[in-house]
Ligand binder design. Structure first.
Ligand code: OSB
Ligand code: MG
Length: 370
């Protein structure tokens, strides 16, 4: 595939209801999309960074720079074999995996267009449907959060995950468990704690959580291993896993019993498949995490989660969970079983990008040619 042009499109999409995590209360999704043009076809990828470096070290500003000035020049005007060839060309780049993944994801989309095969088929997915869990943000009161828990349980969500932060943690878990003794319940701290909070996590063992997601430092696997040895509840790593090697080391150290795979955080679909395969071999179940992405990232996540070891419910929200508008046709929607159907050749499901919706949400567009 000859790479003729790359557009970097910045869009803003307001949240219907603010989504609050330990690091930020989101009111608008500020996102970068990458559109790669090749031989009359186009492929889209989404960069999952935020407006500021709050989740990991990258943000939309750094990603825009890295994509425009470092990564795009490596492939513009070049004859590329595909995502793997691109990854080899950018192997010298340290970190910046959200930026790397944005183009990589677009190249997978191009391969889908050029081969006529679904992403599921190209990566060896085996599931026809994937289960969806809900990720609930922090709310002003426990009562408001309990009402949200009820609302999504009524819709059949397969797992309830709640965001926690210091001071808003064990009381919330206790209140939810009191009302719902048997639901699949997890918490996500987004790195808000340290080993000084060991007693808090020991106390959480009582509540039979399926896992505690990323309690400690965003780049840590050593303290997580100490914590995991001290508690019964499995730890799930999110932020800390940015590569196959991270996953290998974390598993060897005993830092986690579950891994959340986000293809963006790990530098793309190719690296995520390697992590998936490693986890399958090592009996570490995985699930697909979300970044409140637009439909472009959401649809790729569905295909990713069709791999066999994605045995836990995924954070792949339907479009209307966060937004009044999204940028795919059709919009991503859950079935009555609270699953998402994986696009493949048999079911004939495909998602097109809604260019008009992108135009409406667009803040800026950079056009790159060689
Ligand atoms: O840690 O999983 C996370 C959203 C933004 C950034 C980080 C995370 C999240 C979520 C929501 O938990 C996942 C989603 O529904 O997209
Ligand atoms: Mg998380």
């Amino acid at each position: 595939m000859r790479i003729d042009r790359i557009d970097i499109i910045r869009v803003n999409n307001p949240f219907i209801h603010p989504f609050e995590t330990s690091f930020l209360r989101f009111v608008v999704r500020d996102a970068l999309l990458v559109k790669v043009y090749s031989e009359g076809e186009t492929g889209y990828g989404e960069c999952k960074a935020f407006h500021a470096p709050l989740y990991n070290a990258e943000d939309n500003g750094t990603c825009l720079h890295v994509i425009k000035n470092i990564l795009a020049p490596l492939i513009l005007g070049e004859n590329l074999d595909g995502p793997e060839d691109y990854l080899q060309r950018c192997a010298f780049v340290r970190g910046n995996r959200l930026a790397i993944a944005a183009i990589e994801n677009a190249l997978w989309d191009l391969r889908v267009k050029m081969t006529g095969k679904s992403l599921k088929t190209l990566i060896g997915g085996t599931r026809s449907e994937v289960e969806v869990g809900i990720s609930l943000g922090l709310e002003p009161t426990i009562e408001v959060l309990l009402a949200k828990v009820e609302q999504y349980l009524a819709q059949g969500y397969h797992r309830t995950k709640i965001k926690i932060k210091p001071g808003k943690d064990i009381d919330i878990v206790r209140a939810i468990r009191k009302q719902h003794p048997d639901i699949t319940l997890t918490v996500d701290a987004n790195s808000a704690y340290t080993l000084a909070d060991l007693d808090l996590f020991k106390a959480m063992d009582e509540f039979n959580l399926s896992y505690i997601e990323q309690p400690l430092g965003e780049d840590d696997i050593v303290d997580h291993a100490v914590l995991q040895k001290a508690i019964r509840t499995p730890i799930c790593l999110d932020e800390s896993i940015t590569s196959f090697d991270d996953a290998r080391k974390a598993i060897d150290l005993g830092s986690a019993q579950v891994i959340n795979i986000k293809s963006s955080r790990c530098g793309g679909i190719h690296e995520s498949i390697r992590i998936h395969d490693l986890c399958l071999k090592q009996n570490i179940p995985v699930w697909c995490g979300g970044m409140t992405e637009t439909g472009i990232g959401r649809v790729q996540n569905i295909s990713m989660a069709s791999l066999p070891n994605f045995t836990l419910a995924n954070d792949i929200a339907p479009a209307d969970r966060y937004f009044a508008e999204d940028i795919t046709v059709p919009l991503v929607a859950i079935t009555e079983r609270c699953t998402l159907v994986v696009p493949d050749e048999q079911n004939g499901i495909t998602y097109a990008v809604d260019e008009a919706a992108i135009e409406r949400m667009m803040v800026s567009r950079e056009i790159l040619r060689n």
